[in-house]
Design a protein around this ligand. Structure first.
Ligand code: ARG
Length: 464
């Protein structure tokens, strides 16, 4: 039930670890994905030890060659994982020792697994943040491509999911562009705080060896150095920030998904998703179900849950490192995998959205969506907006009772409600006129949207 005491930390132990406890404490099943970053950081640390005269240059050469061999084995997948070795850091060091002998033991000079793991995870997350940023930009580009085709496609804008005012479909798509742009900006911002070097903090208190943290930071591409050794090993706020940014990304995609789902319902019929992004029903032959956006909406729950898991993990921990913190990995890895998957799926789904312009336009005219335009028309005749609102409301009521749209009602009928309405009212009651009246900055008029498209394109091309 237990193995011989062979742990790298086993000096003070006489009994071997309980076999179930080994499996219970092991993280190798999921932290093996840190191996490249672990070995990279170890190589730089080792070079620094040599440069500073902390270990001999010949030892540095042996250790670095050995680390390259371990890297090769991990990349090939030939290094067996063993729960008794706990985590990726111990696997690398233990294999290094098998390959090059006791000199391997010098690698861990002036270092602890506590600053090691904090460094590895930051390096790893930095790469993933960059991948997420690129993937967001790809989604934004595809959104722009679709939007460019649909400046003059009119659909109803909703509030409370009730027809509100007609809008340009490009304008609606650009709303998501803006959300994703802020998502991108959040990643850029949190990356600065993520990109700080913990190594050199050692276990918690720093190290007596003359380490050169600046050199290590530069070599590893860190923008700065964790200024307090206790903080360096004991906070995971960078992971929480990333999980939070990810939860917002998912929330945005969840809302977009929800819209695609009801837009593609035959009751709306505004869009059709390509077959490649839908599934059928095992019983109802006619069904084409939007499972992909549904899954994206569903996966939002786990990403939000991961954020909660991380916050709850950290909230009661005394300084400095506690083993609880090993539990940061699965939520943050799952978050990254999920978000990258969603970004990829949406990048590929957007170009295949077929837009049913006629259905959108027809719906845009339903629900008296130009009633605000009628009120605005009266305001231009110097009637206070509140009064104009009431007049327009009374006219809507007549339309409801007589089953007519606003532009079908005769001028005479409108004048019965208010004599100040004149023949030129016809010009403001069409959905096209309504859309094009909204020329305010950020509004839905075709010309305004065309400008917004240009500014959006410039923003992603200049990456700011
Ligand atoms: N696997 C551990 C983790 O992820 C590495 C650090 C272990 N440190 C320790 N003092 N036991 O947190």
């Amino acid at each position: 039930m237990s193995s011989e005491p062979k742990k790298l930390w086993g000096g003070r132990f006489t009994q071997s670890t309980d076999a179930f406890v080994e499996a219970f404490t092991s993280s190798i099943a999921y932290d093996s994905r840190l191996y490249r970053h672990d070995i990279l950081a170890s190589k730089i640390h080792c070079q620094m030890l040599g440069r500073q005269g902390i270990i001999a240059v010949q030892d540095v050469v042996e250790i670095i060659n050995g680390l390259d061999l371990v890297l090769g084995e991990l990349t090939e997948g030939t290094l067996p994982f063993d729960d008794s070795l706990e985590d990726i850091h111990m696997h690398v060091e233990s294999r290094l020792k098998e390959l090059i002998g006791p000199v391997a033991g010098k690698l861990h000079t002036a270092r602890s697994r506590n600053d090691q793991v904090a460094t590895d995870i930051r390096l790893y997350l930095r790469d993933e943040v960059d991948a997420m940023g690129l993937a967001i930009r790809e989604v934004q580009q595809n959104l722009l491509n679709l939007a460019k085709e649909h400046v003059e496609t009119i659909l109803p804008g909703f509030t409370h999911l009730q027809n509100a005012q007609p809008i340009s479909f490009a304008h609606h798509l650009l709303a998501y562009f803006e959300m994703f742009d802020r998502d991108f900006a959040r990643l850029v911002d949190l990356r600065k705080r993520l990109n700080q070097l913990p190594l050199g903090s050692a276990a918690l208190a720093g190290t007596p060896f003359p380490v050169d943290r600046e050199w290590v930071a530069t070599q590893l591409g860190f923008e700065g150095i964790c200024q307090n050794s206790i903080d360096g090993v004991s906070d995971r706020d960078f992971a929480v920030e990333l999980a939070s940014a990810a939860a917002l990304i998912m929330t945005h995609f969840s809302r977009f998904s929800e819209e695609l789902i009801f837009w593609s319902s035959p009751a709306f019929g505004f869009v059709e998703l390509s077959d490649a992004f839908c599934t059928g029903s095992s019983i109802m032959p006619q069904k084409k179900n939007p499972d992909i956006p549904e899954l994206v909406r569903g996966k939002t729950g786990r990403v939000v849950g991961n954020l909660m898991a991380l916050l709850t993990l950290m909230k009661g921990l005394p300084l400095a490192y506690n083993r609880d913190m090993q539990e940061d990995k699965e939520p943050i890895f799952d978050t990254i995998d999920t978000v990258l998957g969603v970004l990829r799926v949406f990048r590929d789904l957007i170009p295949g959205i077929s837009v049913k312009k006629a259905a959108m336009l027809a719906a845009a005219g339903e629900g008296f969506t130009t009633a605000t335009d009628l009120a605005d028309y009266l305001v231009k005749k110097n009637i206070p907006f509140r009064e104009a609102h009431a007049i327009s409301g009374r006219i809507v009521k007549i339309c409801v009772d007589s089953d007519k749209t606003l532009d079908e009602l005769t001028l005479e009928k409108m004048q019965e409600v208010d004599s100040r309405i004149e023949a030129d009212v016809a010009k403001v009651l069409t959905v096209q006129a309504s859309v094009n009246a909204r020329v305010s900055l950020g509004g839905t008029a075709f010309e305004t949207v065309k400008k917004a498209l240009i500014s959006a394109e410039n923003r992603i091309n200049n990456n700011n």
